[in-house]
Design a protein around this ligand. Structure first.
Ligand code: FES
Length: 206
């Protein structure tokens, strides 16, 4: 039988192991279907860790920018999103810390159910950490082709499923806790802006 203390001789080693898992997780997510667009995410190091998760540096007033694709680095404008759309985004100027990456989704406000924190949403926009709470892969959006069938957030590494209308509650797979919600609003200029930090722990809960 393996003694847990010998498996993780000290905290520094534990952090190294988790960082390796993070990088592997990003690679697996890329292999799941978005290789080209996610390769840029691999270029930076895994985030700092503290306690049971990653240390994010996003905060109120930070503006959301596209994390990938031809519009990478451009502001997210509310007018660009229909109900059912979702993208990966970063706070502008803080893209070097992968703990900051979020999935921004536009839903029907009437679909919101507890434990979502509705005060952290605006005009149907809701955002969650995009780092899976199992082993740290980047989650994907699975859009239902038929309304009103629900759409979900899924982590393809080990098939964890999260319900964005219910606070990213875990509805399948090994993820131990929901994805942390973060406040967003539409500014007077029509761009998406963060209004808070994350509501809970982010990253793998090792
Ligand atoms: S890392 Fe997401 S389900 Fe395992």
């Amino acid at each position: 039988m393996v003694d847990a203390s010998s498996a993780y001789p000290d905290q520094e080693e534990k952090v190294k192991i988790t960082r390796r898992r993070f990088t592997l997780g990003v690679l697996l997510a890329a292999g799941a279907g978005a290789l080209g667009s996610l390769l840029s995410l691999v270029k930076v190091l895994a985030p700092e860790m503290k306690g049971g998760g990653y240390v994010a540096t996003v905060g109120p007033g930070d503006q959301l920018v596209y994390a990938q694709g031809s519009r990478q680095g451009s502001h997210l404008r509310a007018s660009e999103f229909q109900v059912g759309d979702a993208v990966l985004a970063y706070p502008q100027g803080k893209t070097g810390n992968q703990a900051n990456i979020v999935q921004l989704i536009r839903l029907k406000e009437t679909e919101f159910r507890p434990p979502i924190r509705q005060e952290l949403t605006d005009q149907g926009f809701v955002a969650y950490s995009a780092v899976c709470t199992h082993l740290g892969c980047i989650v994907s959006w699975v859009k239902s082709p038929q309304d009103p069938a629900p759409s979900y957030t899924e982590c393809f590494c080990h098939n964890s499923l999260f319900d964005p209308a219910r606070g990213a509650k875990v509805i399948g797979g090994p993820a131990p806790i929901p994805l942390a919600q973060i406040g967003v609003k539409v500014s007077k200029d029509g761009i998406l802006v963060f209004t808070s930090g994350f509501s809970g722990p982010i990253g793998p809960q090792v």
